[in-house]
Design a protein around this ligand. Structure first.
Ligand code: APR
Length: 320
């Protein structure tokens, strides 16, 4: 059977890391596409030259021509402008909306059967726009945010409790922005919910609150340190986890920006919710019950996403 084809739209920091990880994991052949043809070709060749030492079999190529992504099984979209220090994800809206239009049309024309994972920020609005511009089924277009935000949350919790992060499960709901909702009640260490661990004296409520806030600020913390761009290792790893779940029909339960139509009381919006990813794309949305507080935070987060989508419609009336 032919190897799966993975198209990476955007060959910047995240795109290059995605290509490297996809090759190391032998997920399939990789096409890097970027306006900057040289960056796409150069990264593809550089990674291909790591093949003999690493021992992976995967074709790597670079291009700026959408015809080369023809028949892709998975498209991961990072094309656009990344956040600079002091810039919010929302500042990126106008610039990256135009990019989503070009990318959506390219995918529609050349890879209409792909599972599409959007990473470009502001995420919840960009994945919505990408689905609109591409016209692909909503279960095949998804945004990567929850896996990353949850991974950050899990990392901070594992550090606090001095336990393996393998035993920390956590998820983050809502939009991928300052209003995201790290779920304390549904996050556990070895199956024990965080509020119980506070009661058991493993940590304090203040420390837990600080970890929740650090999770919300996780992206900005990296931007502040790097100064010349935003996070790329963990975002790429998170998207690869989602791509692998699709390609291998793993039925993974992963939080993603998914299209909710009815679930969580929403009518046609992308927002971070727990999902099941398998060969059908987003096969299920896990419509969990929220506490009153969680619901209030979730509603606030959804309002922020709705505001961004409304702004997109204003910028590009074809979306209205
Ligand atoms: N078509 C194709 N590629 C494009 C386009 C376009 N219309 N516009 C920009 N690009 C390319 C740039 O040439 C660049 O190589 O997108 C790439 C973006 O790479 P980086 O600037 O390195 O950004 P990166 O760190 O990879 O982040 C990408 O993900 O997390 C988000 O906020 C982040 O929106 C940003 C995206």
């Amino acid at each position: 059977m032919a190897r799966p084809k993975i198209a990476l739209i955007g060959a910047g920091q995240i795109g290059g890391t995605l290509a490297h990880l996809a090759a190391l994991k032998e997920l399939g052949d990789v096409v890097l596409l970027d306006l900057n043809d040289g960056a796409a070709k150069g990264k593809a060749l550089d990674i291909a030259e790591a093949g003999p030492s690493e021992g992976f079999d995967a074709d790597m190529s670079g291009t700026s021509d959408y015809a080369d992504i023809a028949g892709a099984d998975v498209c991961i979209v990072t094309a656009g402008v990344a956040r600079k220090p002091g810039m919010s994800r929302d500042d990126l809206l106008g610039i990256n909306l135009k990019v989503m239009k070009a990318v959506g049309e390219g995918i529609k024309a050349h890879a209409p059967n792909a599972f599409v994972i959007c990473i470009t920020n502001p995420l919840d609005a960009m994945v919505w726009a990408l689905q609109e511009f591409s016209g692909l089924p909503t279960e095949k277009v998804v945004g990567m945010a929850g896996v990353l935000d949850s991974a950050r949350f899990r990392h901070f919790l594992a550090e606090e409790f001095n336990v393996s992060m393998k035993d920390v499960t956590a998820f983050v709901l809502g939009g991928h922005g300052d209003t995201m909702v790290p779920s304390v009640r549904y996050s556990t260490v070895g199956g024990i919910p965080l509020p119980d661990l506070v009661d058991m004296g493993w940590t304090t409520q203040d420390k837990l609150d600080a970890i929740v806030q650090r999770t919300r600020d996780g992206g900005a913390e990296i931007v502040g340190l790097l100064k010349t761009g935003s996070a790329f290792y963990a975002p790429a790893t998170s998207a690869i986890e989602m791509a692998e779940a699709y390609l291998k029909d793993q039925k993974r339960v992963l939080p993603c920006a998914a299209y909710c139509d009815g679930q969580f009381g929403l009518d046609g919006f992308y927002v971070g919710v727990p999902t099941v990813i398998g060969a059908g794309g987003i096969e299920r949305i896990v419509d969990i019950k929220m506490s009153k507080d969680e619901q209030a935070m979730f509603d606030k987060s959804v309002d922020a996403v709705k505001g961004l989508v409304a702004a997109c419609k204003e910028i590009d009336p074809s979306l209205a």
